[in-house]
Write a protein that binds this ligand. Sequence first.
Ligand SMILES: Cc1ncc(COP(=O)(O)O)c(C=O)c1O
Length: 407
Amino acid sequence: MNAAGASPMPDQVHQAMLAHFELERHMGAYAAEALANAREGARLEAARLLGCDANEIALTESAQSAWARAFYSLSFKEGDWILCWASEYAGNAVAFLQASTQHKARLEILPMRPDGVVDVYALECVLKSMPKTSRAVVALTHIQTNSSIVQPAAAVGALARKHGAVFLLDACQSVGQIPIDVRAVSCDFACGTGRKWLRGPRGTGFLYARSAVLPQSTPHGLQRSELELVGEPSMIDHVSVSWTQRSAYKLSPNARRYEMWESPPALHAGLKEALALCIRMDPQHIAQKASYLAVLLRRGLASIDGIRCCDAPEQFNEAINDGISRCAIVTFEAFSNLGITSEFVRDALAERRIAVSLSPPSHTFNDEEWCLPSTVRLSPSYYNDESEVDAVIQAIQEIVSSFKASQ
Ligand SMILES: Cc1ncc(COP(=O)(O)O)c(C=O)c1O
């Protein structure tokens, strides 16, 4: 029950990695790589899943490192805008704080609606009010790490594109859980990770970088106007660029500028299999099965005295929310009124061989949330079934009852 943390790995992913390690054992890593070309294979599958070209994909170690490579290629100067919401992932939020300190970029935390959905109208107002010469990045976390709300990425993307802002989408919790088409959401960058919903190996992730937003090298430097925010990657090597003369280099024309020479091909062989499996399973089917199990979990949790689900505010109403749906992340508060902590519940579930994560609310731009306790996060996926949902609910019921009895 921890696909939002790290999923169990399917056999074909495991086998693909073992097979690559076997090649490395016999031939050495370079010959094995030349034979298997797992890097290219993983790029192709990621592009198929996201609906883009393979040369718009860079392979990275994780979603965060993919996101950071994109963010740190933005050439901030004083007065540039960073527009985001309080739902932004903590790792991204601290990078905003750094950019606002180091480059005096204007960090604007836009309001969330009472139902937990990002206020797109507020974004439109800020974008409209900006002087024509402003440069802005709009950042959105598609699905928050502890929330079931799928934020309206396409509406945000359409506005960002219309107003010439760079749109940076954190799709870490959506890739592999729900369908995502980077062209349809009009993002310039998007990041994903291997080990969560995709069931790939830990230590893998990827970045989508839209070709048209990447400035190109010319003999006179980068082909880019003063109004454009995307610059060079903050770290380069002789793969991200080609060293053309003693004192000049040319950026790779595509997303490869965000990669470096050394890479783990066995992990990429596993990632490739995981991506291919996700495509075969059909993201639409995965989303339906996972969110159906999440509905059963929420229903079961509601029947346990003292439990409060908190993956969406009470005001959230799927029926009136214009296509804004709920996903398979289920978080609940572990009975603070009874004196049971989330840590206690997690450990008691682990003793019963049920894997869950804790989600600390303190990592947020919302001041009032810093003092709240952690929540327990359940995240079923298509490989779970109803009997496992029943077992989890029964286990939580037992944990509560035996705790109460011991008081
Ligand atoms: C929304 C979101 N973004 C980014 C990340 C970071 O992913 P990774 O650990 O693969 O870098 C996470 C991890 O939980 C996440 O939930």
